[in-house]
Design a protein around this ligand. Sequence first.
Ligand code: NDP
Length: 458
Amino acid sequence: MSITIAEKHSTAAKQYVQAVYETVSKRNHHEPEFLQAVKEILDSLIPVFEQQPQLMEAGILERITEPERVVSFRVPWVDDNGKVQVNRGYRVQFNSALGPYKGGLRFHPSVDASIIKFLGFEQIFKNSLTGQPIGGGKGGSDFDPKGKSDNEIMRFTQSFMTELYKYIGPDTDVPAGDIGVGAREIGYMFGQYKRIRGGYEAGVLTGKGIVYGGSLTRKEATGYGCVYFVQEMLASKGLSFNGSKVVVSGSGNVSIYAIEKAQQLGAHVVACSDSNGYIVDEEGIKLDTVKRLKEVERKRISEYVKEHPNAKYVEGCGGIWSVPCDIALPCATQNEIDEKDAALLVESGVKAIGEGANMPSTLEAIEVFLNNGVLFGPAKAANAGGVAVSSLEMSQNSMRLSWTFEEVDAKLHGIMKNIYNNSVKAAEEFGYAGNLVVGANIAGFKRVADAMIAQGVV
Ligand code: NDP
């Protein structure tokens, strides 16, 4: 099995998809991450165009690969030493066929147009898979929150929102958090938006604090959702988390709650990481320590071994995939598992991969997993729980009421099961039974394509 599926399909469908990719690639030749995401999705859609050639005439691919709007802006702010700093802000409004643009904001020095466009493009299909009424978008800045004081974070986020507010709103575009943007940053941005707008538009941002319009379970949603998705994959082979050895990369929002849910289901989580290195605790990761170090004290994961001397710390985050495990949950960042890492995981007997992060596996790594019969839950399906609960937060804001943790968690669980079942069904229907990469891409695409056709050429 493979995601390189172009060989066995009709010339017309293949040629169409390849021609669109060539145009996208020429137009965006300096954007490797964006092209990687486009290539993965386009190739897997060939069977759809073969079965429904009328979609070619509607120019769906030509339109879906070009953002409706890309905004880039200057973000000036003053640091604690009184020095003027300038960062660049972005918002990519990719596709609004299904609803208001929806997708997180990332603050990280690596952020550029390519990263934001890859994330925005993926978001279209992910949001569609959730079954919720949300379009696809993404934004962020090359600002590095690491090492900044609270006051610097506030000044930066206020400056960022002073420009961003022109383009967003509860019915147009609803940003959320991502890498480097957590509850603190969302709070400061919401405060600034409210101040500028002179009204309480709670639904303009999601991931808000519980006391001012946030949803219970939003913080946990991506990590829990990823584990719920993997649970379904495992169950299809008579396997489960109970007693399984699990490795989770990262120690941020997604990782922490993936670890929490995996442990609740009886898994033995032995390793996690940050961008400097990874820890291995064969007795099982003590999540309370990780939460305190990362969520409260904002320290490095290396500090863990000072409190738990039986654990070991290894410098360099990439080595984490050499730790043998039954289930691997990459929850840190894009392209963190390459072909070599994938081969190591296969050698050590990994049975399932659940992508908590966005595009954590390279295309070559995915091939290795699929060719070796590893259960593979692709990001846009496996990590859709976060945006699904963001959409539930929007619903609660519109209704001006709040659901309990249990209510939201139950809805999240149901949504993840649906995403799994719809991806399995689409893969089977188009001749790729068991291939959830193809299944998720097709299931996500079809809903958006139907809406785009209904709405005419816009
Ligand atoms: P956080 O900022 O909370 O955490 C990111 C974690 O990954 C941190 O532990 C960070 O380490 C680590 N990390 C960052 N870069 C690297 C790197 N190059 N190598 C190894 N580790 C690294 O972000 P989130 O948990 O929110 O996001 C993680 C991933 O999940 C991203 O791909 C994001 O797009 C995706 N995602 C997030 C959703 C959400 O709801 N938050 C929803 C769907 C997807 P350090 O502490 O050193 O910075």
